[in-house]
Ligand binder design. Structure first.
Ligand code: BGC
Length: 744
């Protein structure tokens, strides 16, 4: 035994050593190929590499043969990819283009939308969903996705909250890295977007300006992007918004100082759609040439759908306003990525490939597995769910119960409505097995403007033992350019739901939506509420699995669910105030007309069983540099069914040189427990993750006390404290190597 270890160690060490050497020489090889190619390119061919054009107008296919296009987007079929590749073969240098598409939560098979996927609190499942999406897309020749979206958001008025992971930087960092890894496994290059601060527009208005102090950028908004860079994201996308008055697309602090100098990113940055042209709208460029100049010099390498680089950069270079070395550097980044992906060495796609064979049985299974872990049981009075054998007849009510397209959610790539199994179909199939009758009535149209079908729905409800009401947001109300000022369920949904509740029949509400909705009195009137997000192609069977109790729900909210829109922005990791909320003191943190707390906190989600936490133990009370906060806790399933729990660890630095959040998620683990089973969970937080940033990017872990909380949501119980022995100060120039990725 001893001997084997001795022999193995040097072997492992030398394998690592030679592995590192091989990596370094592969990198050298790539740099050499990049520079050789660059040296042979004309200025026009160079700017061609920086030009990203969409399928459809204004694409002139002949431009591909003339070396004027470096990347193409909205390509989703092998026939089109092959057509472009054949044209590339006619070009002088035959540089393969990238074929890009927005693939966020599936290509043909749709997985739950990213915000829902975040509710699974499972990097494994996030990676799996992205891998499936990538496998299907790369089969037909797509090479590059505009995902993951790493925009943290605390404001559900913003429609694009659906595309991200919610409000927490730590959860966001873990899941964004997992998504990058999954896309890579499935064969797609990634674009982490939208860099940065796009998720905090004023008033929740998409495209509007954001004001975030630099320290807050580093602590809260940047960690998911940094995690993506560390996970090897191939490219980044500059955001549409202005950050503190400087549009991201022309922001050297973001694109050069932070991304390249501090994080060491050496891939390329693309603009968002027409983002360079929009610098004129932002009022920082007088004309298109100035916009192109500013974007390139700030660090945007590729121009998506602007055609400004191709039009203006050659003249700008020849006039001496842009150094050719800046163009060369941008081209180098694009070519480096293409070489790394192996695009130069791949055969062209077979044009007869298509996605007719998707979704495969395996893909459907994976989509169902992910979807059922994303469902969040928000409330369940009197244990109305799961459906018991006493229920002999079910009324399924609501247009979203049978909405094949809507359950896919926005940005569904090649998702086809016909592939979806709806919630109604899922419930019907499962009910048939159990010999339970199901009747369906929509009650209103999709947008619930007209309620002439309501009386029929009430009649169906009255004749049934249980009502499953499926309401929420049609998919067109969610996603890009879908900001809302009211989060009350749209149309007459509230009226319909109140009428259903008034029948006296037990009602379980399934919400299909891309954001939390304002439930008002509905949370009193309806006993059980299950958040299903947009659950994707297999949303129906997954929802039925949970409703019938074949699996216990285990999703946890990746955001604080507001009581009313007036509470927004709302988030658990807020700073303390000098006047914390006191119930009978008006002059403390309060609203006059509503509670100060969310309706359901971050991390919240019920199960069909219960979990008890005991014996939380902190291994070491005094932490030296290099140590970790190690906490173990025993979690017992005290109910009669199997279930999964997300064990969450939060910390607070109660006295620091500047105010620190009341709670910060620092670790979590999802565990499965059979009825009666107990497990001891160990959670670890490196001491270097307990700090915060200063405005200049310095990272500081201050000596002093850190409080620790462990439990099943953001209101987790205090379990003790530790002392950080020494202050750790890391200047921005050393961040790359020494600040842990999960550090805030
Ligand atoms: C969106 C990006 C997207 C791009 C290409 C833009 O409108 O902001 O997220 O990747 O379009 O479709």
């Amino acid at each position: 035994m001893f001997r084997r270890v001795r022999i193995l160690r040097p072997l492992v060490a030398s394998a690592l050593f030679f592995g590192a050497l091989a990596g370094a020489s592969a990198q050298d090889g790539i740099e050499k190929r990049v520079n050789d190619l660059l040296a042979r390119m004309t200025l026009e061919e160079k700017v061609g590499q920086l030009n990203l054009i969409s399928h459809g107008p204004p694409l002139r296919w002949q431009d591909i043969a003339e070396g004027k296009i470096g990347a193409l987007l909205n390509f989703n079929s092998a026939a089109d990819v092959a057509r472009a590749q054949a044209l590339v073969r006619q070009s002088r240098l035959k540089i393969p283009p990238l074929f890009g598409l927005d693939i966020l939560h599936g290509f043909r098979t749709q997985f739950p939308i990213p915000l829902g996927e975040a509710a699974a609190f499972s990097p494994r499942l996030s990676s799996l969903a992205s891998e499936w999406a990538a496998k299907e897309a790369s089969y037909v020749g797509v090479t590059w996705t505009y995902a993951p979206m790493a925009d943290l958001s605390r404001d559900s008025r913003w429609g694009r909250i659906v595309e991200g992971f919610g409000e927490d930087p730590f959860l966001g960092a873990m899941l964004t890295a997992a998504r990058v890894e999954g896309f890579h496994k499935g064969g797609l290059a990634t674009t982490t977007k939208h860099f940065a601060g796009y998720g905090a527009p004023q008033g929740g208005r998409d495209y509007d300006t954001t004001y975030i102090p630099p320290a807050e950028m580093h602590d809260t908004y940047l960690p998911p992007f940094r995690a993506a860079a560390a996970a090897g994201s191939d490219s980044f996308m500059a955001a549409f918004n202005a950050l503190n008055g400087m549009p991201s697309t022309a922001n050297p602090w973001l694109l050069t100082e932070v991304l390249r100098n501090q994080w060491g990113f050496d891939g390329f940055v693309t603009s968002d759609w027409s983002g360079i042209h929009e610098l004129i709208g932002h009022g920082i460029a007088a004309d298109e040439a100035e916009a192109a100049r500013k974007a390139l010099l700030a660090g945007v390498d590729m121009d998506m759908m602007g055609e400004l680089y191709i039009k203006y950069l050659p003249t700008e270079v020849r006039a001496g306003r842009v150094p050719e070395s800046a163009v060369d550097e941008a081209v180098r980044r694009v070519l480096r990525t293409k070489f790394r992906l192996g695009l130069f060495d791949r055969p062209d796609i077979d044009p007869t490939r298509n996605d007719d064979g998707f979704p495969s049985r395996e893909a459907r299974q994976a989509a169902r597995e992910v979807a059922r872990e994303t469902l969040v049981l928000l409330q369940n009075r009197n244990d109305l769910l799961p459906i018991t054998p006493r229920v002999r007849s079910i009324a399924v009510i609501g247009p979203l119960a049978d909405a094949q397209r809507d359950q896919l959610g926005p940005h569904a790539a090649r998702g086809q409505s016909n592939d979806s199994t709806t919630i109604l179909q899922g419930v019907r199939e499962r009910a048939k097995e159990a010999g339970v009758a199901v009747r369906y009535a929509p009650a209103c149209d999709l947008f619930c403007k007209k309620t002439d079908q309501l009386p029929a729905a009430i009649a169906v409800a009255k004749e049934s033992d249980l009502v499953i009401a499926v309401f929420g947001e049609p998919q067109d109300l969610s996603g890009e350019a879908a900001s809302r000022t009211r989060l009350v369920p749209n149309g007459k949904q509230v009226e319909v739901l109140e009428a259903l509740a008034a029948t006296g029949k037990p009602v379980a509400l399934v919400i299909v939506a891309g954001r939390p909705l304002e439930l008002g009195a509905l949370s009193e009137k309806i006993p059980s509420i299950l958040m299903a997000w947009y659950p994707g192609t297999e949303g129906g069977p997954a929802t039925a699995d949970v409703l019938f109790g074949d699996v216990s729900p285990s999703g946890k909210l990746p955001l604080s669910w507001p009581r009313s829109v007036g509470q927004l922005p709302l988030y658990y990791n807020r700073l303390p105030t000098g006047r914390p909320t006191l119930p009978n003191n008006r002059f403390t943190l309060n609203y006059l007309d509503d509670e100060i707390t969310p309706l359901y906190p971050f991390g919240w989600g019920l199960s069909y069983t219960h979990f008890a936490y005991r014996n939380a133990t902190i291994a070491k009370a005094r932490l030296e540099p290099g140590d970790a906060l190690d906490v173990s806790v025993t979690v017992t399933n005290t109910g009669a069914r199997a279930g999964q729990e997300v064990v969450q660890l939060y910390t607070r630095d109660p006295v620091a040189m500047r105010s620190r959040p009341l709670r910060e998620l620092k670790a979590f683990e999802k565990i499965a427990l059979k009825a009666g089973e107990a497990k001891t969970v160990s959670l670890r937080v490196p001491v270097e993750s307990l700090g915060f940033h200063l405005d200049d990017g310095t990272y500081l872990v201050e000596a002093g006390t850190i409080q620790v909380f462990v439990g099943g949501d953001a209101n987790a119980a205090a379990v003790g404290e530790v002392t950080v022995a020494d202050t750790i100060r890391i200047p921005p120039s050393e961040r790359r190597a020494s600040v842990p990725i999960q550090a805030q």
